[in-house]
Design a protein around this ligand. Structure first.
Ligand code: IMP
Ligand code: MG
Length: 175
């Protein structure tokens, strides 16, 4: 299946505006100290790059983790695997996990449990997109960019079988 992605769901202008609002909220909620941004590869790479540039303090630490749960499928395999772990110690730190989209919630609930075991001072989640209808595993998400319907979306970092990540807006993939 290749499909097409002609229908824009969220334009790049809407995304940029919302990213600025989210960053302002984060600034307010973390008045001091470094923030450890844990970006989940690959999907969150564009979102995190835009988000951190809206944070005005110097002490924004940018760390990466990679997780696989999908393979080339459109739905989660339900099995989460850390394919690249953090290379810093987050104990006692303010940690913000940044994800592209939360769908079943399986990935983030697993990740949250994993990072909690490392005793950060605080641990919260920011996601650009949320598909609440599909939730299987409950997750407490502090910052949500947009809630979207149950459709498969691509662009702005999100892929289908590694294609479409480079699009500037978020589009619906139709078979
Ligand atoms: P979850 O574990 O089901 O919440 O899946 C989260 C991950 O699934 C995200 O990080 C994405 O990589 C992927 N995903 C879920 N829905 C979509 C979508 O509509 N487009 C692209 N990737 C998606
Ligand atoms: Mg992802």
């Amino acid at each position: 299946m290749s499909g097409s992605a002609d229908r824009i769901l969220i334009s790049s202008e809407q995304i940029q505006k919302r990213v600025r609002e989210m960053a302002a909220q984060i600034e307010q909620d973390y008045p001091e100290g470094p923030i450890y941004i844990v970006s989940i590869l690959k999907g969150a790479f564009i979102f995190v790059a835009d988000l951190v540039r809206e944070l005005k303090r110097p002490s924004v630490r940018i760390e990466f983790m990679a997780i696989s749960s999908y393979g080339n499928q459109k739905t989660s395999s339900g099995q989460v695997k850390v394919t690249r772990d953090l290379d810093v110690n987050i104990e006692g730190q303010q940690v913000l996990i940044v994800e592209d989209i939360i769908d079943s919630g399986v990935t983030l609930s697993y990740l949250k449990r994993l990072l909690e075991q490392r005793h950060p001072k605080s641990l919260a989640i920011a996601t650009l997109l949320d598909k609440p209808e599909r939730r299987l595993a409950p997750v407490d998400v502090k910052y949500i960019g947009f809630q979207i319907p149950d459709e498969f979306v691509v662009g702005y970092g999100l892929d289908y079988a590694e294609d479409y990540r480079n699009l500037g807006d978020i589009r619906v993939l139709t078979p």
